[in-house]
Each structure stands twice: as structure tokens, then as C-alpha cells.
Design a protein around this ligand. Structure first.
Ligand SMILES: [Ca+2]
Ligand SMILES: [Ca+2]
Length: 217
């Protein structure tokens, strides 16, 4: 269980709307070699943007056409948040501005994908990968900092185990997901919390959660 999964857990259990006040990434990356092909391009009002929580079907292929990963094998779309840094850069970018029902083929060079080392398993060093993507659902999400402030009820810029677990129980119950995850949540939370609390002061601050802080939120 990594720090990122803790943050991710907050996010998937929080499908509530929030206003995006985060400035665009200042990071300079060369996206010129990222190739996006439109397989099915419906018209829509609502397109994916940073901080959206998305449900997406994906199938990944290596250069020789071998399929290395697919959400279709489980039958359930992958749930993730755009801009949370949980995906390779090429997918973060390739999944933006999509409509529900849209299908794309995105070809991702190694510097936006798995890099010069590969993923240590199926994707080899320096390999270009291609994903077939289908957007299934889009919902509003909060930025990590907005999330943090929503959870930090006493406003002391730190999250206690109690603040996190209260929040999570309410989210889990309101979404009726308690039965599937309820039993393991407390254990996971406790373990993850202790791992994330690197200075061992019993609370998590934004640095420990790797949340980028912006002025004037
Ligand atoms: Ca607090
Ligand atoms: Ca701490």
C-alpha cells in the first residue's frame, strides 16, 4: 500500500464536485511525439479535464502488437483521477478532452510512458506503447489540496487518523459500498497512515501526502 493509494482512496470515495482553481502544470514535457487517433468521436458538452474522476476501459499494446494489459479482462472499467499523477504522462494527456463514449488510440513514446527502464515486467526498456481507450463515465473531482482542506475539519493543516476515518466512513456509507470494502478499510487505513506519517507526529501534513500547495486557493 503506497502513499499514492491512500490519496487515491480519498479521491475515489469522494465523487463530489469541486471547483478547479489549480493552475496548469508548469512542467515542461515534449508531447509532440504523442499520437492520438480518434476511433469514435461523439459530440458532447462535458469533456474530461484535470481532476475529473473517470471510468475508462483501456487495452495496452507493445510495439509488436502484443497485448500487455487490459481492463476488459476484468469487465470493470479502471477508475482514476486525471492529474493525480497515478498514470503515465502519455495517458494523463491522452485522456483529456474526451466525451463519454469516445474511443481513442493513443501511442505513447517512452519518455511519456514507461521510460528507458520499462515497467520491469511486460513493457521492455525504451518501449513505445499504444493504448486503446474508451471513456465510460466522467464525474467531478477535487484537487488533492481541496480534498485535504475538506478533510481537515479543525483547519490545523494536518490530518489526524480520526479526521480521515470519519470522512471515509461517511463516504463509504453514502455510496453504499460498505459491504464490499468496509471490513478491510480500517486495517488498510491504519497501516497506510503509519507509513505515510514519516515524522511520526501522529498526523499527516501536505508534505507527507505529497500534495502540492498553491497560494490563494
Ligand atoms: Ca486537522
Ligand atoms: Ca506527520
Amino acid at each position: 500500500m503506497t502513499l499514492r493509494s491512500l490519496v487515491f482512496f480519498f479521491i475515489v470515495t469522494s465523487l463530489v464536485s469541486g471547483e478547479d482553481t489549480t493552475p496548469p502544470d508548469s512542467e515542461e514535457l515534449d508531447f509532440s511525439q504523442l499520437k492520438i487517433e480518434y476511433i469514435h468521436k461523439p459530440e458532447c458538452e462535458r469533456r474530461t479535464q484535470k481532476h475529473d474522476v473517470i471510468y475508462v476501459h483501456y487495452t495496452g499494446f507493445l510495439e509488436d502488437g502484443t497485448q500487455f494489459d487490459s481492463s476488459l479482462t476484468t469487465g470493470r472499467p479502471h477508475i482514476t483521477q486525471l492529474g493525480a499523477g497515478s498514470m503515465i504522462k502519455g495517458l494523463e494527456k491522452g485522456l483529456l478532452e474526451m466525451c463519454v463514449g469516445e474511443k481513442r488510440k493513443v501511442t505513447i513514446p517512452p519518455h511519456l510512458g514507461f521510460g528507458e527502464k520499462g515497467n520491469g515486467k511486460s513493457v521492455g526498456p525504451g518501449e513505445t506503447v499504444t493504448y486503446e481507450l474508451e471513456m465510460v463515465e466522467i464525474s467531478d473531482g477535487k484537487s488533492p489540496e481541496e480534498m485535504f482542506r475538506a478533510l481537515d475539519r479543525d483547519g490545523d493543516e494536518a490530518l489526524s487518523l480520526e479526521e480521515i476515518s470519519d470522512y471515509m466512513s461517511s463516504q463509504i456509507q453514502s455510496q453504499g459500498a460498505y459491504r464490499s470494502v468496509g471490513n478491510s478499510v480500517e486495517q488498510i487505513l491504519d497501516t497506510t497512515f503509519k507509513m505515510a506519517d514519516t515524522n511520526k507526529d501522529g498526523v499527516l501534513d501536505m508534505d507527507e501526502l505529497e500534495i502540492e500547495k498553491h497560494d490563494e486557493l
